[in-house]
Structures are given as C-alpha cells and as structure tokens.
Ligand binder design. Structure first.
Ligand code: GAL
Length: 382
C-alpha cells in the first residue's frame, strides 16, 4: 500500500514536468526563455513533488501509527530497555527489530528509547534498572541476565509505579502467578521453549532412518546446551529427547555440556565430543543456532557429513542456518520469531501505557524449519 502510493505520486510528478518542458517555441530566444521557464517549472515541480512525497509519507506514517496505537501518542513516552548481553546473535536481531518497530511503527522517538547492554552481569543490569527508575522512564522492557532476579526487579518497578515487560528469559511460574494475584503491572512475552525442543526431536524422527544412522536400534546423541539457568535451555534439552522417546525410540546420551549459546563454545564442545565418541555420535542437538554453527565447523573438520553420517539441529533460524538447511549442512532449525516477539513486547508496553489490562504471559509460536520450507523462511527473513 505504502509503496504503491509512492510510485503513483512519483509517476504523476514526472508526467507534469515532461509536459511543461515540451511547451518551448521556435526561435533561439524563445527556446532559451522556454528552457529557463521549463527549468524553473521543473524546479518548482520537483519541489512540489518533494513536498507531496513528504506529506504523503508523513500521512502514511501517522496513519500506520494510529492504526497500531489507536489514540495513544508515543512521542513523549520514555522507554528503558536492557538486553542480557549485546553479544548474542539472536538477541541482536530481536533488539534491532524492537527498536525499529517502536520508532517506525509506533511513533516513539529514538531519543526517548534507551537500550542498555547487561553484559551478562546481573549486578550491572540491576544498576541499569535502578538508573532507569531514577530517570523516570514510563515503561521498562527487560531481558534479564538471570530470570531468577525477577521478583526483586518486579518489586522495585512496582514501587516506582513503572510497568515492566519481561522478554526472552522467562521468570518462573510462581512469579508470573504473583503478578496476576497481586495485580502487579508485570508480564512476560516469549515463546514456549517446550515447543522448540519438540520440533527439534521431530526433525530427527522425520529423517529417513529416524536418527538411527548405524541401525543399532537406538539414537546416540550429544547435547550442546545454552545457559542452563535459562528455561529455554532446560526445555529444549528435555523436549527434543522426549519427542524421540514419546515416539518409542530408544536413546543414548553420550555427552551433555553447556555452551552458553555461544558459537566458539559450541565448536569446542562438539570437537571434544567427536574426539571422545567419534562415529558413535548420530545426532547433535544444539539448544540454539549459534552453537550449531560452531558444531558444524567441528563436524566438517572431523570429516563427517551432515545428513549422511550425522544429523545436526538448532533453534533460532539465523539466516546463515536456514541457508545451511537448504544446502544440506544442517538437518533443521526452528524459527524463534524475533519479529513477532518484538512486536508483541512493544504492543504490550503500549497497552500498559494506555491503561489497558495485560495477560501475565504472552506466547508466540515457533516454526519448524526443514528443507521443505527453508526457502520461504529465508525469503521472509530478508
Ligand atoms: C534463546 C535463543 C538463544 C539466546 C537466548 C538468550 O531464546 O534461542 O539463541 O539468544 O535466547 O536468552
């Protein structure tokens, strides 16, 4: 709609310029005068065109913002955001989309949005939150370093009368229930990590031999975990394997280590496991794609071939990994929809600001990514 309007506005303006310039007479003088006149007309027309485009764009933005926020005026609202650490592939995509959506689609001013790097340090992040409170932000969007610090953080925000939207690292159920029972303005926006684990397990079940490459009647796997304090790591670990056992498949866990969502650690751990267990390893489960990228490096360095003598699955659908799925270098991944999560987090913040009621937990679906839909997912991500 937006681009169509713009194309139409442009087309109209250039038609105008062309027909005006074509009005020149016969003599040189007339031609020169006509040229000057035409040049002036062209300049004027271009100015009009630029103005028309600016008005058009402003009207569109205003219309889009109004559609997304109703009567709510975001222009003076201050938002404090803290991300558990900037140096995380997935959270970087999420953070970029969150900032884009707040400013471009909801009309928040960039200078009113402060995004801090928690640097993987809860003490540092708690200081940032204290500073946000002192600065009087209107709403907080927090990706906690340690989800277990949610009760203390929530109480501080409650005391200051600042609503808080937790993202990505889910506080425990007891804490979420407390928000509802005590009427606290706190909520969680994320995905149910059990679903992503189940999808990973299904991707292995859907291979030609169901993950049992050597035909010994069991699936022997290694598990490269994220930060185990994080429920995403716990659930993905549990439910990926549960999908196999629920299907009646016998499993053998050869190795399980924490790689903290990090590519270099994923590479090192997979290399260690390959050295220790070699061909016994049939499946490499990685709790996220960054670690799967590392695992792939180790797998290739060991001369193994994904989808031939070993399977590899991750979560997040980083574009590099979706491409790997297409190229047969990863068996599958799972789209951790940062676009929908960023939108939901920002929309939820707006609900608080408008005084509307908010559910304590807001979940977005994961999407299984295999060779069948990888191209579509890649196109959608670009
Ligand atoms: C997960 C994601 C990981 C990492 C983690 C941080 O949902 O899959 O890649 O970003 O969140 O908490």
């Amino acid at each position: 709609m937006r681009s169509l309007k713009k194309v139409m506005a442009l087309g109209l303006a250039s038609t105008m310029v062309l027909s005006l310039a074509a009005c020149g007479g016969g003599s040189t003088e007339t031609t020169a005068a006509a040229t000057t006149a035409a040049a002036e007309t062209t300049a004027a027309a271009e100015e009009t065109k630029a103005e028309a485009e600016a008005t058009d764009a402003a009207e569109e933005t205003a219309a889009e913002v109004a559609e997304a926020t109703g009567d709510f005026d975001a222009s003076n609202v201050k938002v404090g955001i803290s991300i558990y650490k900037f140096d995380d592939n997935f959270m970087t995509l999420y953070r970029t989309e969150l900032e884009r959506y707040l400013t471009e689609d909801l009309g928040f001013k960039a200078e009113n949005i402060t995004i801090q790097d928690g640097k993987g340090d809860q003490a540092e992040q708690s200081n940032q939150i204290d500073n946000f409170i002192t600065a009087g932000v209107d709403v907080l969007i927090l990706n906690l370093v340690q989800a277990s610090s949610a009760p203390q953080v929530t109480d501080k925000c409650k005391e200051a009368g600042i609503p808080v939207v937790y993202i990505n690292r889910e506080p425990d159920a007891e804490e979420e229930e407390r928000w509802a029972s005590e009427g606290i303005q706190a909520t969680y926006v994320g995905c149910d990590a059990r679903q992503s684990g189940t999808f990973q397990g299904e991707e292995i079940l859907e291979t030609s031999n169901g993950g049992d490459i050597n035909g010994d009647g069991k699936v022997s796997y290694i598990m490269i975990q994220g930060d185990p304090e994080n429920v995403d790591a716990q659930y993905r670990t549990e439910f990926s394997v549960k999908a196999l056992t629920d299907a009646g498949v016998e499993v053998e866990e050869l190795f399980i280590q924490r790689g903290d969502w990090d590519q270099a650690k994923g590479q090192q751990l997979t290399q260690d496991a390959l050295t220790q267990f070699g061909d016994e390893i049939e499946v490499v489960f990685c709790n996220n794609d960054a670690m799967a990228l590392g695992a792939l490096q180790a797998i290739e360095a060991a001369g193994r071939k994904v989808n031939e003598d070993i399977y590899l699955v991750g979560v997040d659908a980083l574009t590099e990994c979706v491409q790997n799925v297409l190229d047969g270098k990863m068996t599958g991944t799972v789209f951790n929809d940062h676009i929908a999560q960023a939108k939901s987090a920002a929309d939820t913040a707006v609900k608080y600001l408008k005084g509307e009621s908010v559910d304590p937990v807001n979940m977005v679906d994961y999407v299984k990514v295999t060779t069948e839909n990888a191209q579509d997912v890649l196109d959608a991500l670009k």
